[in-house]
Design a protein around this ligand. Sequence first.
Ligand code: BTN
Length: 243
Amino acid sequence: MNIIKLDAIPSTNDFLKEKLSRQYLENFTVVVAENQTGGKGQMGSIWEVQSGKNLTFSVLVRDLLLDIQSVFHLNVAVAVSIAEALKLFSIPDLAIKWPNDILAENRKIGGILIENILKSDGEIFSIVGIGLNVNQVEFTDLPKAGSLFSITGKVFDKEAVLTSVLEKLKLNLALLQSGNHEQFWKIYDAMLFRKGVPVSFEDTSGLRFMGIIQGVNCNGKLEVLLENDLITEYGIKEVILLY
Ligand code: BTN
């Protein structure tokens, strides 16, 4: 495994993308930064964390025979890998909030940002960016965020957590590559936050409504049973789950 460790950079995803544009990088090249000055989150948000306390890293996934239609399989396998790794550290009440937030005791402790690059020869490179809050104590202005420390009261060895996540990821991506995505979907579905219970949503116009999450389809869309008894699917930017 080729691991590049850096002190402070704007974003491990951008670093890996830029490096890849200049040189050949082997599958599973990992870039880890102690601090990110311009960390990127889902939907153009900022991923801001306390320097040195957490894990911010990106993994290059290439040679994975996925077509652009099935890239959500990768999201699923990555989210499940993180959750499986955290289970080994006895983190309580782990859940995956659609599309790929990692929660413990209803607090977001990890996020995933996958950027796919389609090359002219059809190969898809995926930059799998992972932010995992490990030892951060406080989350000012982020009441729904947490860390392994804030949940358990214990300080964790960041290196051990990183190794564990990377090992799970490597194993699971090999399984995914051999066409084995169903097992990840099963775990993802079983860990899906607020599945089967009435929850509130907000759409892009700010309209709030109630619904019951049925699951996530293979395109990554959330299937929700609405009050009119119809099941409607929502894309990632179309709706927010309020909790
Ligand atoms: C989210 O909004 O939940 C996704 C957060 C992803 C953050 C990680 S930290 C490492 C990698 N580099 C980035 O700039 N973002 C991702």
